[in-house]
Write a new protein. Sequence first.
Length: 383
Amino acid sequence: MIFVEQRTQLALIHIPLHLYSNFLQPILQILLPRESNNEDDSRSNGNRSYPWPSEHKFTNISVTPVECSIVCSRVLAERIFVPVINSLSSDHQQQVSITDEDYVVIQVEGQGNGAGQRVLELTSPLAMAGISIFFITTYFSDYILVPLKSRPQVMTALTERGFRFEEDEGTHVTSPMIAHHRTRSSNSSVERFSPGTPPPTSVSELQTRTFATLRKRNIVPSVDPEIRLVQCAGQTQSSNSNGAGKEYAFRLCLVQCLTMTPRFLSLTLTDSDEPSLLLEQRFVRNFPPETLLGAETDTIIPITLDLRELPLESTGIVCGIAGRLVGVTSTMAIPNGSGERRGSAPVEMSYLSTAMAGTVMVAEDELERAVEALKGVHSGIMA
């Protein structure tokens, strides 16, 4: 099922890592509760702060080896980020960017195949239609961010592939192909081809174009094996009197992580699910056990693509890489316990697209196969 949040017009913000500290205060403003001036908004326990679901239709805060990236409402971007940008020197102002174009978000739910195949099913019709997207998968759902102007094309492209849209405060698409909840999932990727290039006619052509673009721009996937992640979610809601305490404890732990300048963190807030986190393993111990869901899942290693040299409106990278990993790793022979080699299933991957980077994430025990598949396109992978 796909939900389009029509009422929320989103902006994408790129912040260079060396300016991260300048923007820490507005980032923390997103996490901290704001006070209500309306008596009708008061909670029964006398706490007059808004719960997260009413604060954020959709927000993503990500810190990666390439950048700090924010996806939030246009109103929020102008209210708390623009004043900080205006306070910077002219050189630093030019290094920060906020998209002029508004985006809308589509939420995907349903039953379906593995992560890589699911990404192909969702992104290939959009990439072949020449639509630029961001693809974000959280602990609970997949999300597709598309330019507001492209929304009709997106609906047409997905409808033609058998997805069904329904109305409910936004637009829903139902399909039996898409998986809803998973314990290891993805976060985003940006579809990127050069603007004006005719859309590809097949996934194979899509892959060829994708890796030709990467080679031309000398974009080499990089791996830092010291960055070890877990995909998890906050448990902030409770029917008993401890509910508010859990929420504030979770928020405080997030603040601590962000003030410690994480090497990798991605937080997604929506009005329909609990907060979703892609978190460094070293930070898990900062959280009380009762505030995290899924923190004991497999370790995930990110493979990062620095896309700052590509236009934001480019298309095709994620679908091309997903196709490459699904296709190549499904035919690889890997050793079994007796030393013999056998065929294998495709690598289970997840994604995080930020404003100017794409991250492929795989389980630690599948990293070697994923890297080997990508080495077929590049001469090496930086570590």
